[in-house]
Design a protein around this ligand. Structure first.
Ligand code: GLC
Length: 399
């Protein structure tokens, strides 16, 4: 299979335009809307060969920004099975997702700089990151909190079972219902994050979300610097450092980073791939990274499988290699986005052979099962949505 050609074809087939807004849907049947971090990944890929489309993707995404700066995680551009993604109000969800927008914007600029593009989205970017570091941190701890697992991007990861009181063998729909109930709770409390952090069911400082935030604040600082916006540059640098050191203080257990929940910052104990995510932002020392990669990433009894990195350790009670009927699962299956984060993290530390192993697995998965949402780590079989765009990230994993 000519993977790059197929990947480009897929992104084109999934492209939509509504009211002049151009965007790409992650999967025509399963996900007929625009998603926040998906669009950032699309933009990162398109930046390489179709920068116009990459810019349009981010501009559409930012076109539904809330007054308080939040960028919603779904924009329902067209009517569709709304009942299934009942996360929102008036055409958008009322949650956000890992904030990859500045990184994607910087990537577009890096590959195909165009006078005016960064300028045109800068104030909106700044407002979004200010929202995250201010409104999502009501206790001033320099960590951004999330109010629903969907904001982590890993909707039913067992990482979040404790605050949700979900049993390890919970099914897809039962889990979905728990998250919908959370949206009801959030809505009833007017999305008042201070209240939710103190009294709500779900208040998590997630490792992936904060890792992404740090790396994106750095990208924002580069953008501000190009635009000679000194105040924005200082803001972004300052918060990137504050969050990185708060992560070390509050999310590091001496060996690896783990997410915490509740106002008391209780550790979330489920062993998931998220411990590898901070490699992406260089948050481990060289020594810590070496140990993590050598002892944990390639341990076949936990994360490593013949088809790549499991998202949940095989030793967890919640581990389940299969998806749920034709639905996704973050409770074990291999996904392309975690592979992409870890690939870049490994490259950053100079683990080029190890990064190449991840890339090989991505290629093998696509050859074996095509562009699927996720994959069974024990058999390589595709699971969840078909014609799913994340496999195209292989174009951004170049040795
Ligand atoms: C699933 C994934 C989420 C993604 C969405 C659209 O809900 O868990 O991360 O953004 O699908 O692809």
């Amino acid at each position: 299979m000519d993977i790059p050609a197929e990947a480009k074809k897929l992104l084109e087939a999934n492209r939509r335009t509504t009211d002049g807004h151009q965007y790409t849907v992650p999967s025509i049947e399963h996900y007929p809307y625009q998603w926040l971090w998906d669009s950032c990944f699309h933009a990162i890929i398109l930046a390489q060969y179709e920068p116009e489309a990459a810019r349009a993707e981010l501009q559409s995404l930012l076109s539904r920004q809330f007054d308080d700066g939040m960028v919603p995680h779904i924009i329902y551009w067209q009517p569709g099975p709304l009942h299934f993604f009942r996360w929102g109000v008036e055409g958008t969800s009322s949650l956000t997702q890992p904030p990859m927008i500045a990184y994607a914007a910087w990537e577009i600029h890096r590959r195909a700089s165009e006078q005016g593009f960064l300028e045109s989205i800068y104030e909106q970017l700044l407002a979004y990151y200010k929202f995250l570091v201010e409104k999502r941190d009501p206790q001033g701890e320099h960590l951004a909190g999330i109010i629903n697992p969907d904001e982590s991007g890993e909707d039913n990861s067992p990482r979040f079972d404790e605050p949700l009181s979900a049993p390890p063998d919970i099914g897809y729909l039962a889990h979905h219902n728990l998250r919908e109930k959370l949206v009801d709770e959030n809505t009833a409390n007017n999305f008042d994050v201070k209240w939710l952090s103190e009294h709500g069911t779900f208040w998590v400082k997630d490792v992936l979300f904060n890792t992404v935030l740090v790396e994106n604040l750095r990208a924002l600082s580069h953008i501000a610097s190009i635009l000679e916006h000194e105040e924005g540059e200082q803001f972004a640098n300052r918060y990137a450092e504050l969050i990185a050191s708060a992560m070390r203080k509050k999310l590091f257990d001496g060996r690896a980073f783990r997410s915490v929940y509740g106002i008391e910052d209780r550790p979330l104990r489920a062993n998931t791939w998220v411990k590898f995510a901070p490699l992406f932002a260089g948050l481990y020392s060289d020594e810590e990274a070496r140990r993590l990669v050598k002892e944990e990433l390639f341990d076949e009894t936990t994360f490593w499988s013949s088809f790549g990195m499991r998202t949940t350790s095989k030793r967890e009670a919640a581990y389940r290699a299969e998806g749920f009927a034709d639905h996704f699962s973050w409770r074990g299956p291999v996904w392309m986005v975690p592979h992409w984060f870890v690939y870049h993290g490994l490259q950053r530390y100079g683990f080029t052979d190890e990064a190449a192993r991840i890339r090989e697995k991505c290629v093998a998965l696509i050859e074996h099962s095509g562009f699927r949402e996720c994959f069974n780590p024990e058999t390589g079989e595709g699971e969840g949505a078909q014609g799913f765009t994340w496999g195209a990230l292989i174009l951004d994993m170049n040795p």
